[in-house]
Design a protein around this ligand. Structure first.
Ligand SMILES: NC(=O)c1ccc[n+]([C@@H]2O[C@H](COP(=O)([O-])OP(=O)(O)OC[C@H]3O[C@@H](n4cnc5c(N)ncnc54)[C@H](OP(=O)(O)O)[C@@H]3O)[C@@H](O)[C@H]2O)c1
Length: 301
């Protein structure tokens, strides 16, 4: 199969591409920069997408980049890098003479309102709680274009992911150094839910979605089964145990707010208890269903 991945040169895209190559598929990346095995967003706008079997969108400016101040301009970049790229792909798919069988968008569990007690599955309502949930709502809406055509052969799958834990990118590498220096600890109170998934499981789920036959779209939560009860304090304890380092220095909420701004700090100081209910119903099996197994693999040499 030929798979086109918007933003495929990033953390998740690189792992997904490796897995797709291993499974015998061909990959073309859409990037802002031209290059080998790449096309640009301008190419897609002008000429549409090349013939392919599946399209995935992973493009998006890093929301939690601590080097970028939370200004109106940066917020707009965070929004448009997701919504405009998704809209561009949805439009290209709907105009294609040979539309792909599958169209997958990776968004986030930030769709569901932050809560320490409420439990969410794929059919729970959301999308209006705060900046992030509204962003996810609009981002997912931007993907819908092709299926407004009743004759469309393309199935849309929306993968709502938790924090992706991997060796080569995402949140984990930057969390490791304070722990290695014995300066680690929970974020804020530590009582906020911590929905997460191992990068290998996310990429396996994406592959399963891409490879499946038939029309079976909809939302899938990409979180480990233990995420329904894991808190930031649980993650801190598991990381401390895996690294054999103490975790006694909490990162106070006011410091996180000062660094990231209040609206962004919510993403670290609050969270959602999320179950991968439909994902499990579809027969997906997690290689790393709990924090201890995931961290043991990610921190092994
Ligand atoms: N990592 C996580 O924990 C996590 C969790 C939930 C959801 N997600 C979502 O999954 C997607 C992929 O995440 P990731 O961790 O792989 O991100 P990443 O490593 O930051 O890569 C995303 C890609 O998006 C492209 N991009 C960045 N800024 C852009 C902009 N302003 N306009 C257009 N394209 C831009 C870049 O590709 P080029 O430089 O080649 O253009 C980059 O390689 C993102 O949408 C993210 O929100 C991630």
């Amino acid at each position: 199969m030929r798979v086109i991945i918007g933003g495929g040169g990033g953390f998740i895209g690189q792992s997904l591409s490796k897995l797709l190559y291993k499974r015998g598929h061909k990959v073309t990346i859409i990037s802002r920069q031209p290059g080998q095995k790449r096309i640009t967003w301008d190419d897609v706008t002008k000429k549409g997408i090349p013939p392919c079997d599946a399209v995935v969108n992973l493009a998006g400016e890093n929301v939690l980049n601590p080097l970028k101040r939370w200004t109106a301009q940066f917020k707009n970049e965070v929004i448009s890098s997701r919504i405009e790229t998704t809209r561009t792909l949805a439009k290209a798919i709907s105009l294609s003479d040979h539309p792909p069988r599958s169209w997958t968008l990776v968004t986030g569990v930030g769709y569901y309102p932050p809560s320490r007690t409420q439990q969410y599955s794929e059919d729970s309502p959301g999308g209006d709680a705060d900046f992030l949930s509204q962003l996810v709502r609009d981002w997912e809406a931007a993907a819908q274009l092709p299926i407004t055509d009743p004759n469309s052969k393309t199935q849309l799958v929306i993968i709502r992911s938790g924090v992706v834990l991997g060796r080569d990118g995402g949140a984990l590498p930057s969390m490791l150094w304070p722990f290695r220096l014995c300066l680690g600890g929970p974020v804020g109170s530590g009582q906020q839910p911590f929905p997460w998934i191992h990068i290998d499981d996310l990429c396996r789920l994406l592959c399963q979605t891409i490879e499946q036959e038939g029309k079976d779209g909809g939302v899938l939560n990409a979180v480990s089964p233990s995420s329904i009860s894991d808190t930031n304090a649980d993650f801190t304890r598991a990381l401390s145990k895996a690294l054999k380092r103490p975790a006694i220095f909490p990162a106070p909420a006011f410091a996180i707010q000062a660094l990231l701004g209040n609206e962004r700090a919510v993403m670290l100081l609050e969270g959602q208890r999320v179950a991968p209910k439909r994902t499990l119903q579809k027969g997906f099996t997690f290689l790393y269903p709990d924090l201890n197994s995931a961290l043991a693999e990610l921190l092994s040499i």
